[in-house]
Design a protein around this ligand. Structure first.
Ligand SMILES: O=P(O)(O)OC[C@H]1O[C@](O)(CO)[C@@H](O)[C@@H]1O
Length: 542
């Protein structure tokens, strides 16, 4: 392993920039973003930046250049630049599990640890040859028929990354082979996903870092049963590939060593798309496309590692998120990709941020004395406009928004209209409508004065809703890689400043443990009276 060390932990609130930021936050709680935009001619330019194919405009956020600079001063005070170097050098930034977090190494953005280089290279060669054989029709199932359809069995990071990439790419080009995803423990997920598939031609990729996740193991069992029923044989090993860090467990569950692909332990589940977990992407769209996806992410790695903080897009995304979450105490961030292929981007980002930074305990064991990760949620535009944007316009909740607007080249009329909707939403949410403007609009409809007065408050829209807009220049696998890696790094930036470990997930483990207890019919004594009563009701249900 690497000799690189992690710089010491410095609590953000003990630094001088933190105090400045607290004062700035007091003022931005009440300041008008709209007025700031109208009065500062350089605001848009100074609060926008480009990295690779991504253009980020943060000028509609509740901050200004001074706040941004103070946040960067905070990042320096807690030694973020050395933290970034520690991340890329393979230091144990995953300090609770005493591991590096080197997902960047899978895409060439960092070095593979020396001791793992041979195994990693061998895995890459095997991955590529599986993909080549699959496309050549040379991977054959139990009946001798070529396998030509893929079903990924996995959950969380073993599902969301490849699912997102496959969906996004399938809106750019038809896949060479169909790929479907089963994640849920709900049996209907499996049943409805395999409906219509020809068992003899179906390849299951079973992705699980631990190879002990209940949902994935249940779906593996279902897949075996389905194949056996459809093909009339239990000799179905040729229909399965396993991707895991725990080959021993996979072997114990019947996978031969030649059917297991290695997922390095230093790749976190929610960062694993770039590893063998990304296999479905390559099976569906080709090895080259997978490499392009990785190459885009690698471009963002290089930018993140080398650009000065002042021009560093993931650092900006990171500190802006921290400003909203911890200093303005905004509890929620809606992410709104204007691209049908990015429908599951909010779910991917949700896991990335909430599982990584939904924590409170710091490196020295102290608790973070302010809010950490926000609730991340969202939906692709324009669908959300007709579902929950009303709350953005006139609701009482404090929410910040992130519009993601991929701009393919050339941009056809349909995509232009879609992008215009995104920009119009961000603009309208900032602008709002004053009471007088509402009155004027009602007057123009010819309503009598009494009705105008009654209705005007309902038509008033406060505006000033903070949002960022991220545009892409072009839209392909590489740009998608840039987009995903930028968010991964932004998550690291926040975790670093908060002093928490973004690469563990002990909270989820407790839920898993207790679910196992319940499923095994174990003692319910550990549970509270409400859960015991509900479990009894479930037991009695036939
Ligand atoms: O890949 P595995 O080990 O099956 O885990 C699946 C998911 O479960 C978690 O461990 C907890 O939800 C995630 O971090 C992970 O992506």
């Amino acid at each position: 392993m690497s000799n690189a060390t992690v710089p010491p932990f410095i609590p953000a609130e003990h630094t001088a920039p933190w105090l400045d930021l607290l004062m700035a936050a007091d003022s931005w709680m009440v300041r008008s973003i709209r007025t700031a935009l109208e009065s500062q001619s350089d605001r848009v330019d100074s609060l926008s930046l480009q990295a690779g194919s991504l253009w980020l405009d943060t000028s509609k956020q509740a901050w200004d250049l001074e706040v941004c600079q103070r946040l960067l001063a905070l990042a320096r005070a807690v030694r973020l630049p050395e933290g970034i170097e520690a991340l890329f050098s393979g230091a144990e930034v995953n300090f609770t599990e005493r591991r590096p977090a080197l997902h960047m190494a899978c895409r060439g953005g960092a070095e593979i640890p020396l001791s793992d280089r041979a195994q990693f290279t061998a895995t890459e060669e095997r991955l590529e040859s599986f993909v080549t054989a699959f496309h050549a029709g040379a991977l054959r199932g139990a009946t001798g028929a070529p396998l030509d359809h893929v079903v990924n069995l996995g959950i969380g990071g073993s599902d969301l990354g490849p699912r997102l990439a496959c969906e996004a790419l399938s809106h750019l080009e038809p896949p060479r082979h169909g790929v479907r995803f089963v994640a849920n423990l709900d049996p209907s997920d499996f049943t409805s996903t395999v409906r219509g598939l020809e068992a003899a031609r179906t390849l299951f990729v079973v992705s699980s870092k631990s190879f002990s996740t209940a949902e994935t193991l249940a779906n593996l069992e279902r897949a075996r049963t389905w194949l056996a029923q459809e093909l009339g044989t239990h000799e179905t090993a040729a229909h399965f590939l396993a991707v895991t860090s725990n080959p021993g467990k996979a072997q114990a569950l019947g996978f031969g060593p030649d059917r297991i692909l290695w997922l390095p332990p230093w790749v976190g589940g929610r960062y694993s798309l770039w590893s063998a977990v990304g296999l479905p992407v390559a099976l569906a769209f080709g090895w080259e496309r997978f490499l392009e996806l990785r190459a885009g992410a690698r471009r963002m790695d290089e930018h993140f590692r080398t650009a000065p903080l002042e021009r560093n897009l993931p650092v900006w995304l990171g500190v802006l998120g921290l400003w909203n979450a911890s200093l303005l105490d905004v509890p929620s961030c809606a992410v709104l990709p204007y691209d049908q292929g990015l429908a599951c981007f909010p779910a991917w980002l949700q896991q990335l941020e909430m599982e990584s930074n939904g924590k409170r305990c710091r490196r020295d064991g102290s608790l973070v004395p302010y809010s950490t990760a926000t609730v991340v949620w969202g939906m692709n535009g324009t669908l959300g406009q007709h579902a929950f944007h009303q709350l953005f316009y006139q609701g009482t909740r404090r929410i910040t928004l992130e519009f993601i607007v991929p701009l393919p080249r050339p941009l056809d009329a349909g995509r232009r209209a879609l992008a215009q909707h995104a920009l119009a939403q961000a603009g309208a949410l900032l602008l709002g409508r004053t009471r007088d403007e509402a009155r004027a609009a009602l007057r123009a409809q010819g309503l009598p004065p009494s009705e105008i007065e009654a209705l005007a408050p309902h038509h008033e829209i406060p505006g000033n809703r903070p949002s960022s807009v991220l545009l892409t220049d072009g839209w392909d696998a590489g740009v998608l890689g840039e987009l995903l890696a930028a968010h991964e790094h932004a998550t690291f930036v926040r975790g670093w400043i908060w002093g928490i470990d973004p690469f563990d997930q002990y909270g989820v483990e407790l839920g898993k443990e207790l679910a196992r207890t319940l499923a095994a019919g174990g003692t319910l004594a550990d549970f509270d009276p409400s859960t015991r009563a509900l479990a009894a009701r479930l037991d009695a249900h036939r």
